[in-house]
Design a protein around this ligand. Structure first.
Ligand code: FDA
Length: 306
């Protein structure tokens, strides 16, 4: 009900104009989105790297059915990677990029989307960095993991994302916990049916811990993407005896910035996921609509900097 109301409101042009221009929402947006242009993304990246953090940049936009739009998204990534390279921010993977396959054409033609992702991987390699393929709703999981396997033949450092709320994920972790394999583990952001996903917070958390155990005990490079203090503490224990730098923490731009800096000051690698681009409105509204918990998630972030 609430989700439907938010989505209906998000499609209304008057609501959009009011939300986009109200001073309070501009400051809310600034908190979670780096800006609309590549130079805004580069500036936010520089500030985070100067603060001892690393970055993954996401050009906003997803689920296009338009070949021209998919191509424009690829070009936006190419421009961004070139600028990051010129600014010396991409070297050693300090700033990498995250890509949604549906933003580069997965819903139009899978092989076109993989070719588009390959163009981004090539630009990332030229800039000295890597690409991680974001994970979307469960109907795309197999195709996205297949794309990761294909891209890794030429770009072995391509990152995969697994979502702990899916029943299948512990098995996927076992498949992907091999040497050289970069795997981001998150809880999962989409509204998924009971047939494929755990529904209660405690079941999702328990699955996250089981998955993390597999990844931390394996030979790959786990990327622990959560703001949950209990899971961060458990990750810290499970990481022992791994050396710092053989795994990393990841959090979203604007969420728990104090914790991001605390972990970095303790010697951990912390990567901040930074969305940018002019599709910020849809991004925020969809995140709010997908899971009612996301509303609390953003409101909590506004109330705290720790
Ligand atoms: P959750 O939102 O359940 O919060 C758990 C606890 O964390 C709270 O109870 C509270 O204690 C604490 N907390 C959270 N926010 C706080 C705040 N602002 N201040 C203080 N405490 C706070 N999803 C997906 O489906 N595909 C993807 O590719 C990605 N990619 C991705 C990358 C990165 C880097 C991150 C961090 C996340 C994603 N996600 C994602 C989103 C992810 O699946 C999930 O929806 C959100 O991260 C929220 O889940 P949390 O694990 O943070 O816990």
């Amino acid at each position: 009900m609430l989700s439907r109301a938010i989505l209906a409101a998000s499609r209304n042009d008057t609501v959009k104009a009011v939300v986009a221009n109200a001073p309070v929402s501009r400051s809310v947006v600034k908190r979670f989105v780096a800006g609309e242009k590549a130079e805004d993304a580069v500036a936010a990246t520089r500030a985070l790297i100067d603060a001892g953090l690393t970055v993954s940049l996401d050009h906003l936009g997803e689920d296009t059915l338009d070949v021209g739009q998919a191509d424009a998204t690829v070009k936006a990534y190419l421009v961004l990677l070139q600028r990051l390279g010129e600014a010396g921010l991409a070297a050693d993977g300090r700033a990498e990029v995250s890509v949604k396959l549906t933003a580069v054409g997965q819903s139009i033609d899978r092989s076109m989307a993989v070719d588009n992702a390959r163009r981004i991987c090539e630009a990332a390699r030229n800039a000295g960095t890597t690409v991680t393929l974001d994970m979307e709703d469960h109907t795309t999981t197999d195709a996205t993991l297949e794309a990761v396997r294909t891209l890794r033949m030429d770009f072995p450092d391509t990152g995969a994302v697994l979502q702990a709320y899916l029943h299948r994920t512990e098995a996927d972790c076992r498949d992907l916990a091999h040497a050289g394999s970069r795997v981001r583990l998150c809880k999962g952001a989409y509204k998924e049916p009971e047939s494929v996903a755990y529904q209660s917070d405690s079941d999702v958390d328990r699955s996250y811990v089981r998955c993390l155990k597999v990844l931390m005990a394996g030979d790959g490079y786990p990327m622990v993407a959560t703001h949950d203090p209990r899971l961060v503490a458990i990750a810290d224990r499970l990481a022992d005896p791994r050396p710092q730098g053989s795994y990393e923490y990841q959090m979203l731009y604007g969420i728990r910035p104090g914790e991001q800096r605390r972990l970095a000051a303790a010697g951990e690698t912390v990567r901040v996921y930074v969305p940018y681009g002019d599709e910020w409105y849809g991004y925020l509204m969809r995140r709010l609509a997908e899971r009612p918990a996301n509303i609390t998630f953003f409101l909590r972030a506004l109330a705290t900097t720790s």
